[in-house]
Design a protein around this ligand. Structure first.
Ligand SMILES: *Cc1c(COP(=O)(O)O)cnc(C)c1O
Length: 398
């Protein structure tokens, strides 16, 4: 069995389970993103990439991403704060989320973030009135629900009309009119997000065409500003959301996601003028492959027809398999060369869904072996809980 490279002697001295971040993988990934986003054609500026903090907010990881020049995509006041503390410039921070509280909006306005991705007309009015109280202006993009199927897991589609996210397309013109009527609001453009873990470029092509139509629709409008003057809206910023997926099956062979296809797809299909800028929000594709959950085998249990490898990590440490039916490759790094056997790899939590993988071939394990769950950098540590009063896994940096 081929495994990744891990400092096993160092792991042996640490209490398991814990997350291990390989900063070399992260830095290679960031280099690839920066190369691919900057291929400048015509007079267009490079894509602005905002890293989606919710995927992994471990400070050392955030700092490396900020240093690479990326912006931040935040979905709570806590994330805006973490982004600023990690060194992301306020003018590169965007703030999305269906239910921003007044306190979160005030905090983001105080910090002078680049823009709010606004998800309803009510929210526009609230942001405007809070900005007015504070004597500041608020820059906004409207998050439009484009009703496009991302063909990913049901629980991670966001751009279908049945999802709670964004403003329905039929209210787009009304929302743009409201932006111009409200005196504190600066309308920057449009925002979209159709889901996560998308590896097929087809949904992105579909979305690009939809965006081209919607931008044209908005720019044909005539609005009235708060002084009663006629204005023609201009869409200067187009934010195409996140969603690029990774290959969970192949962390060793394909550790760097296909950023080239992703950016080439947008360059080919999204119409951008020289006065327009494209933004995207990548979370998973930046951090998934640099993170691993390291765990120790506690017991090998023979069931009626099955063999269980019971490990000391549980669904509270890594919930993706239980929540989304997601797959993480598991490797035995203590004895990688033993003959493979069939196991269900399960955790200690008192829930039947505390299963990492079923009917899985792995180099034969024994009590005390260290296993790694690969590709766990995104939505791993950030989703950990203390369910069953277990300790939080914590992390180690390479
Ligand atoms: C979660 C999220 C992202 C990141 O999605 P990934 O699939 O992890 O890249 C981007 N934008 C918004 C608005 C999000 O909520």
């Amino acid at each position: 069995m081929i495994t990744g490279h891990f400092p096993i002697a160092r792991f042996e001295t640490l209490e398991t389970p814990f997350y291990y971040y390989d900063m070399e993988v992260l830095s290679d990934t960031l280099r690839a993103v920066n190369t691919e986003r900057s291929v400048v054609e015509c007079s267009n500026a490079p894509f602005n990439v905002h890293y989606a903090i919710k995927a992994c907010s471990t400070p050392a990881v955030l700092q490396m991403i900020a240093q690479a020049g990326l912006g931040a995509d935040c979905v709570s006041g806590g994330e805006v704060k973490a982004a600023i503390e990690a060194g992301f410039a306020a003018e590169k921070i965007v703030f999305a989320g269906v239910a921003k509280s007044d306190k979160e909006i005030r905090y983001a306005l105080e910090q002078g973030i680049f823009c709010f991705n606004v998800e309803s007309m009510e929210e526009l009015e609230v942001i405007s009135s809070l900005a007015s109280e504070m004597g500041v202006r608020a820059r906004v993009c409207l998050r439009i629900n484009p009703d496009i199927n991302a063909h990913t897991y049901d629980k991670i589609t966001t751009g279908l009309s049945e999802n709670k996210f964004g403003i329905p397309m039929r209210f787009l013109n009304q929302a743009v009119e409201l932006c111009y009527r409200l005196p504190e609001i600066d309308f920057l453009g449009l925002h979209f997000h159709i889901g996560s873990q998308i590896t097929d470029m087809e949904p992105f092509i579909h979305l690009a065409h939809r965006i081209n139509e919607l931008v044209a629709q908005v720019e044909q409008m005539t609005c009235t500003d708060h002084e009663g003057k006629a204005v023609h809206p201009v869409v200067r910023h187009i934010n195409i959301g996140g969603g690029l997926g990774i290959l969970y099956e192949h962390p060793n062979h394909f550790p760097i996601p296909d950023f080239k296809s992703y950016f080439d797809t947008w360059r080919t299909h999204l119409q951008l003028r020289a006065d327009q800028q494209a933004h995207c929000e990548l979370g998973r594709s930046i951090v998934a492959q640099c993170g691993n959950l390291v765990t120790r085998v506690l017991y090998i249990k023979k069931g009626e027809n099955k063999q269980f490898a019971i490990v000391d990590a549980g669904m509270n440490d890594l919930i993706r398999p239980a929540m989304y039916g997601a797959f993480h490759r598991v490797e035995n790094i203590s004895h990688p060369d033993k003959e493979e056997q069939l196991y269900d790899i399960v955790g200690p939590v008192c829930e039947s869904s505390d299963v990492f993988v079923e009917n899985y071939h792995i180099a034969a394990v024994q009590r005390g072996d260290l296993l790694v769950m690969r590709s766990a950098g995104a939505y791993g540590e950030t989703m950990a809980s203390q369910y069953n009063l277990r300790r939080l896994p914590g992390h180690v940096i390479s």
